[in-house]
Design a protein around this ligand. Sequence first.
Ligand code: PEP
Ligand code: MG
Length: 325
Amino acid sequence: KQRELEEIRDLPARTLDGCTVSLLANIGLLSDLRVAHLHGAEGVGLYRTEFPFMTRSSFPTRQVQAVVYRKVLEGFPGLPVNIRTLDIGGDKELSYFPHPREDNPFLGWRSMRLSLDREEILREQLAAVLIASVGGRCNLMFPMISGVDEVRRIKGILEQVKEDLLREGKAFAPDIGLGVMVELPAAVLGAEMLVKEVDYLSIGTNDLIQYTLACDRNNPLVRKWYDPYHPAVLHSIKKVADAATAAGKPASLCGEMAGEPINALLLMGLGLRSFSLSAPSIPRVKEAVRRITLEKAQLVAERVLAMESAQSIRSFLEATQRELG
Ligand code: PEP
Ligand code: MG
């Protein structure tokens, strides 16, 4: 097992007809960095910053945050590290930040909405990321975005924070890329507008499936309705990939969905070239990518997009998987 892992670790995720995809890791804890390297991650596609907040008993200061972020950046020198701003609320709470009771927490005060309403939390985090940014190739990613108004407001705040740091004589990387997570149907429908505001899009299918199908991602009673193969989900992904391509900017996908080899094939066929996944899934996905052609992936995607039923799509993909061996 270890030998197999080592053999594939340094090989590119390239199809038989020469199309290369990037396979990056989703991480939360600093210990995930080692796991990511072990499995051949080509950077961090999603660093969930909730963890340094959840493991403390009060809000970490910008200095404390900067130390953690810098460690993540230094964990992948020269490779992209996408730091996502705080994504609490919904099912993630901080013990020291009492959250109001909400009837619909996932439709409520969570993620970017909370960060924007408690602007000092966002400012401190942006300052921390900027201070850490000199330690590597840093990108900043914003979760739960519904439209350009939020993005413009965040960019305004980021500019102010940069000015403050410059005044204090603090250095930061001049080329931090900005990305929007596409997790809401509104962001899918507005993808063409959103992509103009930023450098890249990153599709968060865990939430996108939940919101597209109005189906709580943690509720076992509705598990069977939470379906990545629902045509609405797949057409959404296609639309986002097309919007990014038309704008000449990259789109990646960082939901759990990318961890299944057959899904990676389908997603490549839909036009995506970059995935971020739980690190232990990287070798299996890479192996699958190396055994197919882009042409085949595109044929599969074309067939799938023409299907109207999630069940038919699932059966077709299972059959394709068997055929590929
Ligand atoms: C997602 O929603 O797909 C995602 C990657 O973010 P999280 O799972 O942290 O909500
Ligand atoms: Mg999400």
